[in-house]
Ligand binder design. Sequence first.
Ligand code: ADP
Length: 475
Amino acid sequence: MHILFAASECTPFIKSGGLADVLGSLPQSLQKLGHECIVVLPKYADMKGAEDLEYVTHYDIYISWRKKYCGVFKCVRDNVTYYFIDNEEYYGRPGLYSYDDDYERFAFFDYAVLELISHLQLEVDILHLHDWQAAMIAPLYRERYAMHPYYDDIKIVFTIHNIAYQGKADPKIINSIFGLPDYLYENGNLRNGDCFNMMKSAILYSDIITTVSPTYAKEILTDEFGEDLQYILRIRMNDLYGILNGIDYVINDPKTDPNLIQSFDVDTIELKAENKAALQKELGLVEDPEVPLIGVVTRLTWQKGIDLIINRLDEMMKRDLQLVILGAGDYQYEQAFENVAKKYPDKLSVNLKYDFGLSCRIYGSCDMFLMPSLFEPCGLSQMMSMRYGTIPIVRETGGLKDSVQPYNEYLMTGTGFSFAHYNAHEMMDIIDYALQVYQQKDQWKHLVENAMNEKLDWEKSAKTYERLFNDLLNR
Ligand code: ADP
C-alpha cells in the first residue's frame, strides 16, 4: 500500500503531545511491514533534527483569491519519506499553534498536501489524516480534487486523537479561506450546531474514522464524552474503529535511555534504585530508597485530572511518600502547585516546564506514576511508565482502561492500579492501596515485572491498521 500521512506534528521534528509520538512511530512500523509511507508536515521554525532537509519544488496555493508561495522540502528516515511544507509567513514563528490565523495556516497546509500529490506524481492509496489541522483535506478532496483523474480513488482515513479539539470556526471562512461554497454549510456537511466544524466535516467525508483506543471509540458515541459530535459519530459508527497506540521501544528503553544515569531491564530491576537516588538528589528531595516516589508528567489541563491531584495534595503529603510533578499548561494549575510546593520542600517537587530529559528520568526512577484523567483518548505516559517498571495509578477511562490491567493480589496478575469514578476520594483510596502493596516487597517486584513484560510497542497496532487499510481498499 502507498500511505500518505498528513499531520501537524511528528517526532523527532516537533512535538506538543501524543499526536507527534504516533506520527513518529506508526509510519515507520507500517513501512517495516512492507508499505510505502510518506509523512507531510508544516516546516516550522522550531523543528529539531531537520538540518539536512533537501529542497524539492515549489508551487502556488490559493487561499481564496490570494496567491501564496508553497515550498517543499524533504528528508528520509528509516525508509520513510518526510515532506515539509514551507511558507515563512505561516510557519516561520515560534511553537506550533495558538496564533490568531491558525485556521488559515492549516487551510494552507491542507491544500498544500493535496497539491503535493499531483506535483510530485505521488501514488497514494490511503490518505491518513490526523486531528482538526488535517481534517479539511477530506472535504477538499471530495469536493474539489476527487473528480480529477490524478486523484481518482484515494481512500480517506481520519484519526481522532482528541475530540476536545475540533477546529470550530466562523462559517465565513468556509469560502474566504477554504474556498468552498457556502451551501456546504447550509446543507449541514461542514456545520455542527451553529458553527463551521472541521472535525465534524472529516467524520462525514472520510471513508473510515479511527480513534486511538477501543474504549475511547465507545466513549465518544456517548453524550458524556462526545463533545457534540456523538450524533454524527453514531451515524458513522459502522465505520468507526478504536486502535490502541503503542510507544516507541527504541526511544523508551530503560536499557539504552541516555537520560538515565543507570540503565536497567526486567532482569536487573534492582539497579533502578540508583536512578531514584539521583532523581531525589537532583530535585532536592530527601534521599531515601525506601520512601515510595510517585511521578506525574502531564500537560496541566482539566482533561488530565489535575483538579483531583490538587484537591488531595495536602492529604497525600500526610502519607509517607514523595511526589514529583512535571507539567506545563494552565496558569491556575501552575499557581496552585507552586503554592503547595512551598509547604513541603522535602517531599514535593514541582517542575513547571516542558523537559524531555526530566520526563525520562521520572519514568526511569519513580515507583509509581499517577494519571487520574477525566478523559484520555489513549495516553502514552502510562505506557512509558510501565516500560520503565513504574507502576501506573490511573482512572478507568479511554486508553488508560485499555492499557493498564488492575492488580489482582490473589492471582498476582495486573500491571497497575485503577479507579472508576472521577472522584478525589476514590483516587486517594487507590493510592493508599498501592502504597500498601508497595510495602510487600515480593508482591511489588512481581507487579513491576508484569508491567515491564507487557508488550506495548507498535507491532500489534500497526498490524491492525494494516488489516483495516487492506479491507478498505478491497471494499
Ligand atoms: P497528551 O497527548 O494528551 O498530552 P499523552 O499521554 O498521549 O498525552 O502524551 C503525552 C506525551 O507528552 C508523553 O510522551 C509525555 O511524556 C510528554 N509530556 C507531557 N508533558 C510533558 C512535560 N511537561 N515535559 C516533558 N514531556 C511531557
